[in-house]
Write a protein that binds this ligand. Structure first.
Ligand code: AMP
Length: 282
């Protein structure tokens, strides 16, 4: 595996290979969730490029950019052992050098849900991915359902900007108790870790409530009550049932569209997100 850290080196390598590439963009601190994307790419493409870049533009002023875990050497060893061709891990100045920066923004999807709490977050995501897609020129790119709103935004961006890239959705990888794997789980104490399962449990609870309600607002009220009674230390940011294509809130259970439950919450000051597709009973 080659470790490349400049745009020039990546471009040179890219020109030397004619095959179709699989691409897995990440911020590192790799866990099984990331590795499932990498394995999928390795299985479906001749060569796989993984990027590790903790993207400053997708962190707000009071967020965890500086303390975000950086474990490049361990990540590098892992990726090498799996058979990745190139690890692209550029320093910040390779990606952001201009004083007059481009802005890539999905005007509707980026403003919903996480976008209302993390102002500018998805603009940072779409900007860095546009740059990385141009540099890597992959045939396929792999994204986790764990970050479902991000996935929909990137799908829409690729469609809107005519990127000749096929996006592949990879299901969320969970810990044995159901907690979605995340690099941020490492911030939690053992007490916080026990509370963090609340997100998954609440999503599951919503699924069990579906036969009982017609109105989503009534269902969400009971689900929020469950969360606050069972997991009092968890601070809910939002809980929603949305149509998974438009990400707009659903009003009735059983209305047309595919429902998906979304949740964001803080545990010990750590912001966690999760989501789950819902199966409406006949
Ligand atoms: P990140 O390093 O957090 O930017 O994530 C890089 C990619 O890995 C994104 O496409 C995420 O959706 C995906 N990912 C992160 N955690 C998981 C998980 N638990 N299961 C599946 N994919 C994940």
């Amino acid at each position: 595996m080659e470790l490349l850290q400049t745009r020039a080196a990546l471009r040179e390598w890219r020109r030397s290979v004619q095959t179709r590439l699989g691409f897995v963009p990440t911020m590192g601190a790799l866990h099984e969730g990331h590795l499932s994307l990498v394995r999928r790419s390795l299985a479906e493409n001749d060569r796989t490029v993984v990027s590790i870049f903790v993207n400053p533009r997708q962190f707000g002023a009071n967020e965890d950019y500086h303390r975000y875990p950086r474990t490049l050497e361990t990540d590098q060893r892992l990726l090498e052992s799996l058979g990745v061709s190139v690890l692209f891990a550029p320093p910040e100045e390779e990606i952001y050098s201009s004083e007059d920066e481009a802005l890539i923004s999905m005007t509707r999807l980026s403003r919903l849900w996480c976008g209302t709490y993390r102002i500018g977050h998805f603009d940072g995501v779409t900007l860095v991915l546009t740059k990385l897609f141009h540099l890597v020129e992959p045939a396929r790119a792999y994204f986790g359902e764990k970050d479902f709103q991000q996935l929909r935004i990137v799908e829409k961006m690729v469609e809107e900007l005519f990127f000749p890239i096929q996006l592949v959705r990879v299901p969320t990888v969970r810990e044995p108790d159901g907690l979605a794997m995340s690099s941020r789980n490492a911030y939690l104490s053992s007490r916080g870790r026990a509370q963090a399962v609340a997100l998954y449990k609440t999503l599951q609870y919503i699924q069990t409530l579906l036969p009982k309600y017609r109105l989503v607002s009534d269902l969400l009220r009971e689900a929020q009550q469950y969360l606050s009674e069972r997991f009092p230390e968890v601070k809910l940011e939002y809980l929603a049932v949305v149509d998974e294509y438009s990400l707009e809130p659903m009003v009735h259970i059983g209305q047309t569209g595919s429902p998906r439950a979304l949740i964001a919450a803080y545990v010990e000051g750590v912001r966690l997100i999760d989501n789950m597709p819902l199966h409406v009973p006949d």
